[in-house]
Design a protein around this ligand. Structure first.
Ligand SMILES: O=C(O)CCC(=O)C(=O)O
Ligand SMILES: [Fe+2]
Length: 288
């Protein structure tokens, strides 16, 4: 009997005061009983990002795992694996700089319906460096003054993929066939979408900040300088160390984050080493 046995409850241990928990006592590489799916979902809602160690998953198993939680996105710009378009291989070759996710962001907020969550699986991990940081957007909202909360509630922000993916910004090399992570030209790059600055989590009902420096261009109705100052303040507030956690990867570690209430940041501090991850995102709802 594997550790996924329905009779073995999972263990959930927080790794910081703000968010994040390491989960053990479960084998994610095989179909999960409904009870285990419910336990993972409950842990995700409580801790916002979950970490699992020593998991053995084929790409098919990673897809099957993610499908327990919803439909999967096919990224409009980042190319997936030929045989599994919903899986993106996040590869950083030895001797290069990382560029994917190397700034604070929430995944795919330039979608009308941004991803519910992301499941990232570590294949090749540097001996040190290449950690991923997470920040709790619900804690960030809760820590604001009533006056600031009142001002933010009702504001709407404009999001777009342009800053992260416009070839004029990223360079054309990423659009060529030999790039470690290959992008494709897409209408999605120039599109602007609008989301509330404060969103209500559809499952927990908790409010959280929903702006990020990678995809949020501006706040509607404010002068450019006001919008920049407000977004700048919110970002430095939301990523205070006390509101974050940091995950040190090992080969076969897996992270599952709730994209509705966290930002994350991939550390680019392992120039000499290779790092390879497989990533799927679960489709989400329109924020409200
Ligand atoms: O490589 C990482 O640690 C995270 C990359 C990222 O931002 C993502 O997979 O969404
Ligand atoms: Fe990301």
């Amino acid at each position: 009997m594997s550790a996924a046995s329905a009779s073995t409850p999972i263990q959930v241990e927080p790794i910081s005061g703000a968010l994040g928990a390491e989960v053990s006592g479960i084998d994610l590489g095989h179909p999960l009983p409904g009870q285990s799916v419910a336990a993972i979902r409950a842990a995700l809602l409580e801790h916002a990002v979950l970490f699992f160690r020593d998991q053995t998953l084929t790409p098919e198993a990673q897809i099957a795992l993610a499908r327990h939680f919803g439909e999967l996105d096919v990224h409009p710009i980042v190319e997936g694996l030929p045989e599994h378009p919903e899986i993106v291989r996040v590869r950083k070759p030895a001797g290069e700089s990382a560029s994917f996710g190397t700034g604070w962001h929430t995944d795919n907020t330039f979608f009308e319906a941004p991803s519910l969550g992301t499941i990232l699986y570590g294949l090749a991990i540097p001996p040190y460096g290449g950690d991923t940081l997470f920040a709790s957007m619900t804690r960030a909202y809760d820590a604001l003054s009533d006056g600031m909360k009142e001002m933010l509630d009702g504001l709407v922000a404009v999001h777009s993929a342009a800053r992260a993916y416009d070839p004029a910004v990223t360079g054309e090399a990423k659009y060529r066939g030999d790039a470690p992570i290959r992008y494709r030209h897409s209408d999605a790059i120039g599109k602007e979408v609008r989301h509330p600055v404060v969103r209500t989590h559809p499952e927990t009902g908790r409010k959280g900040l929903f702006v990020n420096p990678m995809f949020t261009l501006r706040i509607d109705g404010l002068h450019g300088a006001e919008s920049d100052a407000l977004l700048g303040f919110l970002q430095s507030h939301a990523t205070r160390p006390e509101l974050t956690c940091r995950f040190r990867w090992r080969p076969n570690s897996l992270a599952f984050w709730d994209n509705r209430c966290v930002q994350h940041y991939a550390m680019d501090d392992y120039h000499e080493f290779e790092r390879v991850m497989l990533r799927v995102t679960i489709s989400g709802d329109r924020p409200f």
